[in-house]
Each structure stands twice: as structure tokens, then as C-alpha cells.
Write a protein that binds this ligand. Structure first.
Ligand SMILES: C[C@H](O)[C@H](O)[C@H]1CNC2=NC(N)=NC(=O)C2=N1
Length: 97
């Protein structure tokens, strides 16, 4: 099983993911994505879903029209792990492309 990140490692790793916010209450990271409309938002969610399923690591998320809110944490570890950092980086790459 993957381990929760230590405080030091978490701070260091999150410096590489500046678009994400740390949520201490959940030991999670969150990011809001805004698109032009629902079609664009849902297309993004579909791409994230395929990546998440392949990695067997899934976001907690919600969608309202053009907005997608994503929270990443590792349930098996009880907090943030390297699996969340990897998924966050892959999601960032999707919106940068
Ligand atoms: C059995 C399966 O591998 C686990 O339940 C996976 C699935 N997706 C997961 N996603 C997230 N975010 N955290 C997990 O601990 C997790 N565990």
C-alpha cells in the first residue's frame, strides 16, 4: 500500500503543482477548472476518467455546467500520497496541451 506523504515531502512536492491548493482538513489537494461550456467540461472529465481508471486512482469531483472541481487524496493511505501528485501532474498536462 502507498504511504501518506510526510509534511516535508508534501510541501516540497506541492511546489511543483502551483495550481493546486492544499486542503489540510482532508489531507488533499484541490483545483477548479473552468471551461467555455458543459461540452468542454465533460470532454475534460472523460479524459481525466480514462487516465484515472488506467492508474486505478480516482478523483473526488463535481461538475456544474462549465466548472469542474477536483479533489485528490488517497483513501487507502488516509491522505495525500505520490499517487495524487502523479494524477495531478497528468491532469495539469491535459489542460496545458
Ligand atoms: C481496489 C482499488 O485498487 C482501490 O480501491 C483504489 C481505487 N481508486 C482509488 N482512488 C483514490 N483516490 N484513492 C484510493 O485509495 C483508491 N484506491
Amino acid at each position: 500500500m502507498v504511504a501518506r506523504l510526510t509534511d516535508g515531502l508534501r510541501e516540497e512536492s506541492l511546489a511543483a503543482l502551483p495550481a493546486w491548493s492544499y486542503e489540510p482538513g482532508r489531507d488533499a489537494i484541490t483545483r477548479r477548472f473552468l471551461f467555455t461550456d458543459f461540452t468542454e467540461a465533460f470532454a475534460f472529465m472523460t479524459r481525466v476518467a480514462l487516465i484515472a481508471e488506467k492508474a486505478d486512482h480516482h478523483p473526488e469531483w463535481s461538475n456544474v455546467w462549465n466548472r469542474v472541481d477536483i479533489l485528490l487524496t488517497t483513501h487507502d493511505a488516509g491522505g495525500l500520497s505520490t499517487r495524487d501528485l502523479q494524477l495531478a501532474a497528468a491532469i495539469d498536462a491535459l489542460v496545458k496541451a
